[in-house]
Design a binder for this molecule. Structure first.
Ligand code: GFB
Length: 395
């Protein structure tokens, strides 16, 4: 018992020490200030790759969320949704709250907080006359984000012409030469040090994004208790008014948001078309029926028994129930709007059909790719006129 206690105490000492051990290679912080979850997740993978390349510990930012009726963003701790330990398999990381509580007082005192941006950013308040600055806390979510940890900046640093593409140049060593850790122990970026959509080289880092125990358990309970036994298809429907407006840009673009995930980063697998962004209800039903039939043929022992629908606006429950009742397939959704639980369930379905343009769908596709699970996109590949007519006859 005595020896056992000693071992436990020693273990505790080591873990306390690790929490407060300073990384001599420095730290990287950033505000996930662009877009909602899907965009932020794309950026996160880029930031993780960048932190690894310049050999700095990545400070895990909270996720920035926007609640209806609230003017300031809400910051949700990183580990609410994802395990910190799993990321540690790839690179050194620390929760922002831990860093601010245990390390910032010595590593990053208030008088040394200098924000980083590519070039001068204009202030949102025109009356504010100041020298060139990042204005890192101007506006929402910028101000609320740094305020969450009582961070203010005393000045700014512009890093132009450096960039974050560490895969195609000697960019990482340029960052290290220009901003050595001894002089710059923390580099806090005004926005994410990453591109959107995620660079193809960084997609695979998704394997280190593992759901927190809470979400893992909620997902398991839903699949076990709410869905009938047997295989299910997860589908993502994106049709809210913001999306309808965004899809108008299809006309004059080669790519939109996450579309490289199906079209290829250089359009090597096709060019953009409207249905890829906003598929019709008929197309959605047709594609689901086709998948159910094909699974029945290829895997008769594990037929599709249900559909799980995740949607931002219209879940099409009645249309889908009517269309699929003869096939003995039931249709389900969450009772409440819980986007991350939707994502976790979609990530575990036997088959997944997502929206190629949406970064919310892209999150699911990446998770499934690293797990080796099959995914498809609405209206992809493009239906040829002839197939279209034949499919109509089948309905
Ligand atoms: O995740 P996200 O960046 O994906 O933003 P897109 C869409 C947000 O809508 C999600 C909600 O973060 C969710 O809050 N949402 C979308 C959903 N689909 C679902 C769903 O199936 N279930 C639930 N519960 N919520 C882009 C934005 O969205 O849309 C761009 O990122 C821009 O910045 C554009 O605003 C119009 O890539 O789909």
């Amino acid at each position: 018992m005595h020896v056992f206690l000693k071992i436990v105490l020693f273990g505790l000492l080591i873990s306390c020490d690790n929490a407060s051990a300073v990384d001599p290679n420095g730290y990287l912080a950033y505000c996930p200030c662009m877009g909602r979850f899907g965009n932020q997740a794309d950026h996160f993978l880029g930031a993780l790759a960048f932190a690894k390349a310049i050999n700095r510990t990545l400070i895990l930012p909270p996720w920035v969320e926007y609640r209806k009726g609230e003017i300031r963003s809400t910051q949700v701790p990183f580990d609410t949704y994802f395990q910190v330990e799993a990321l540690g398999e790839f690179h050194r990381v620390i929760l922002m709250s831990d860093f601010m509580q245990h390390l910032a007082p010595t590593v990053w005192p208030a008088s040394k907080r200098i924000s980083f941006c590519y070039m001068e950013r204009k202030s949102l308040s025109p009356s504010k006359v100041s020298k060139a600055d990042c204005h890192a806390k101007d506006g929402n979510p910028f101000g609320p984000f740094w305020d969450t940890y009582n961070i203010s900046f005393v000045s700014s640093k512009f890093y132009s012409p450096l960039n974050f593409d560490v895969h195609h140049s000697t960019m990482a060593s340029k960052w290290q030469e220009q901003f050595p850790a001894a002089e710059w122990p923390v580099i806090p970026f005004t926005g994410a040090p990453a591109s959107f959509p995620v660079q193809s080289e960084n997609r695979d880092l998704h394997r280190y994004l593992r759901w927190s125990n809470t979400y893992e358990e909620m997902k398991r309970a839903f699949i076990k208790n709410k869905l009938p036994r047997g295989a299910f298809i997860g589908i993502h429907l994106r049709s809210g008014i913001d999306w309808v407006r965004a899809c108008e840009h299809v006309r004059d673009s080669q790519q939109l948001f996450a579309s490289p995930q199906c079209l290829g980063y250089n359009n090597e697998r096709g060019s953009l078309y409207f249905e890829l962004c906003l598929p019709s209800k008929e197309l959605i039903i047709r594609q689901i029926k086709r998948l159910i039939k094909s699974v029945k043929q290829s895997n008769p022992k594990n037929e599709i028994r249900s559909i799980f629908v995740a949607a931002d606006a219209n879940h099409m429950l009645s249309e889908l129930n009517t269309a699929l009742s003869r096939m003995n397939v039931t249709v389900h959704k969450l009772n409440n709007d819980v986007p991350h639980l939707d994502l976790a369930i979609l990530g575990s379905s036997n088959h997944f059909i997502g929206n190629c343009v949406s970064s919310f769908s892209a999150f699911v596709k990446r998770e499934r790719d690293v797990k080796g699970l099959p995914s498809y996109f609405w209206a992809y590949p493009k239906e040829k006129e002839r197939q279209h007519v034949r499919a109509h006859e089948e309905l």
